[in-house]
Write a protein that binds this ligand. Structure first.
Ligand code: NAI
Ligand code: MG
Length: 488
């Protein structure tokens, strides 16, 4: 009889074995061109930049850098395509969008792996959240394409024209879907620019769009950094700009468009309040706190980066939170066990580390679990700050990393005042067993999204967007159509 020795079963070093997702099924080209008028074309000035894997610093691919001459070409293609595309029936437009949705689903595994390689997010998240939600978004808006008369009853709905869309690096494919799907459903044509650290899934999407047979020029995907983005913003023949990214760039865009006829939606930064009441289910709340701030390394505009715990349960919640943080696995994004992947870029890691330093200098008490971070690549351990107050910079400013600032409160009025004492207004979370408290807070909190007994839940049918410095306009749901239509 085989005898399993106690020594093996109770090995003190017992942990999870590595469970890496394979990469042999993906195709990444060594070099990507610009997707203009249905073709992959070289940039006018032959300039390219590198996209690296933030988990090990390896170069994954070379990507074309669009100059203003290339932006001109892309806008021209979109303008030319607009006439026919906007004249198609909603039903016909819907067919193409459904096809794009299905193709994303069919290639979901490949998209997920490339998303994790290029941006550093855990494969569990790209596989279970980013990619399915991106497909969901196309399916949802495909359904609206022939029902616009029901979305806006008794009004003649017209597309806006050519939309310039600029997206960030935290949810690369998902943000492309948020931008493209409603624009196409309503008959607009598009010039889209992904972020410079994460262009690869958008370029994969360009391949899918080509495969879908979408008429040439309806979607143009051009790559580059801030200068390329600025050339889109300033292009005179663009009718609408949709931007997701930093509040600083959002402000520049708003200034640049002042006095023009261009429509604008801005989805900017946040500093979400996550509020735990003493009557909340404590263990679920602790999971909720972890999900709110450590999901996608905290690179989330709606992250619950300010935690407010009612004083009577604060010790218990913080103890449990620290324990839970000790079991979070930080490391290889392609490992299916990983909870926290790589920080998206060296620049972002520097920003996060600066904020950690500021937190310490301002007298905050730091807690980080013991974890060994990989030697190569950009990494940050999950971090808490206690002993902070409203005036601390780490409480007021967006860090965009796995760093949580914790405060306590005694009364509802106190926590409402603290939660709203921020220049942002994107998101909030409320944890309580009492429904009446939830309704009271959702009225009082100045945030575009308020989650109750959950956090960071997204759905294509639900509008998303901010107040104050978090921007304006809504994406998702029926509201999301509005940004891309005008009325006769
Ligand atoms: P960013 O706002 O510079 O980048 C976002 C997108 O804007 C990228 O595609 C970029 O190429 C483009 N862009 C940059 N300058 C532009 C310009 N002048 N005109 C038009 N487009 C331009 O964000 P960055 O520098 O990568 O991150 C800095 C901070 O911004 C982060 O630490 C975070 O706090 C915040 N951020 C917030 C995001 C959100 O979803 N709310 C997303 C990304 C960053
Ligand atoms: Mg990259």
């Amino acid at each position: 009889m085989n005898k399993i020795s106690d020594k093996n079963i109770f090995k003190p070093s017992w942990g999870y074995d590595k469970a890496p997702e394979s990469t042999d099924h993906i195709q990444i080209k060594d070099q990507y061109e610009l997707f203009i008028n249905g073709d992959f074309v070289k940039p006018e000035n032959q300039s390219y930049f590198k996209s690296t894997n933030p988990a090990d610093g390896q170069v994954i691919s070379r990507v074309a850098e669009a100059s203003s001459a290339d932006v001109d070409k892309a806008v021209e293609a979109a303008r030319k395509a607009f006439k026919k595309w906007s004249a198609l029936s909603g039903k016909e437009r819907g067919k193409y969008i459904f096809r794009i949705a299905r193709l994303i689903q069919e290639r979901a595994r490949e998209f997920a792996v490339i998303e994790s390689l290029d941006g550093g997010k855990p494969i569990r998240e790209s596989r279970d959240i980013d990619i399915p939600l991106a497909a969901n978004h196309f399916f949802y808006y495909a359904g609206w394409a022939d029902k616009l008369a029901y979305a806006f009853p008794n009004r003649k709905v017209l597309p806006v024209g050519v939309a310039g869309q600029i997206i960030p690096w935290n949810f690369p494919l998902l943000m492309a879907a948020w931008k493209l799907a409603p624009a196409l459903a309503t008959g607009n044509t598009v010039v889209l620019k992904p972020a410079e650290t994460t262009p690869l899934t958008a370029l994969k999407l360009a391949e899918v769009i080509k495969e879908s047979g979408l008429p040439n020029g309806v979607v143009n995907i051009i790559t580059g950094a801030g200068d390329t983005g600025a050339a889109i913003v300033e292009h005179p023949d663009i009718d609408k700009i949709a931007f997701t990214g930093s509040t600083t760039v959002g402000k520049y865009i708003q200034k640049a468009l002042a006095g023009t006829d261009k429509k604008l939606t801005l989805e900017l930064g946040g500093k979400g309040a996550n509020i735990i009441f003493e009557d909340a289910a404590i263990d679920q709340s602790v999971e909720g706190i972890v999900n709110a701030i450590f999901f996608n390394q905290g690179h989330v505009c709606c992250a619950g980066s300010r935690l407010f715990v009612q004083e009577s349960v604060a010790d218990l919640v913080i103890d449990k939170l620290k324990q839970r943080m000790n079991s979070l696995m930080v490391g290889d994004p392609l490992d299916k066990n990983t909870d926290i992947g790589a920080i998206n870029s060296a620049k972002q890691l520097k920003t996060i580390n600066e904020y950690i330093k500021i937190g310490l200098q301002e007298g905050g008490e730091i807690y980080q679990p013991k974890c060994t971070l990989p030697k190569k690549g950009n990494w940050c351990a999950p971090t808490l700050f206690l002993n902070v107050s409203q005036s601390h910079r780490i409480v007021q400013e967006e860090i965009f990393g796995p760093v949580l600032a914790i405060q306590t409160f005694r009364t509802i009025d106190e926590v409402i005042e603290k939660a709203n004492n921020t220049p942002f207004g994107l998101s909030a979370g409320v944890w309580t067993e009492k429904g009446s408290k939830i309704f009271y807070l959702t009225q009082k909190l100045n945030a575009g999204v308020v989650w109750a007994n959950t956090y960071n839940k997204f759905d294509a049918t639900s509008p998303f967007g901010g107040y104050k410095e978090s921007g304006f306009g809504r994406e998702g749901g029926l509201h999301g159509l509005k940004a891309y239509v005008k009325f006769d």
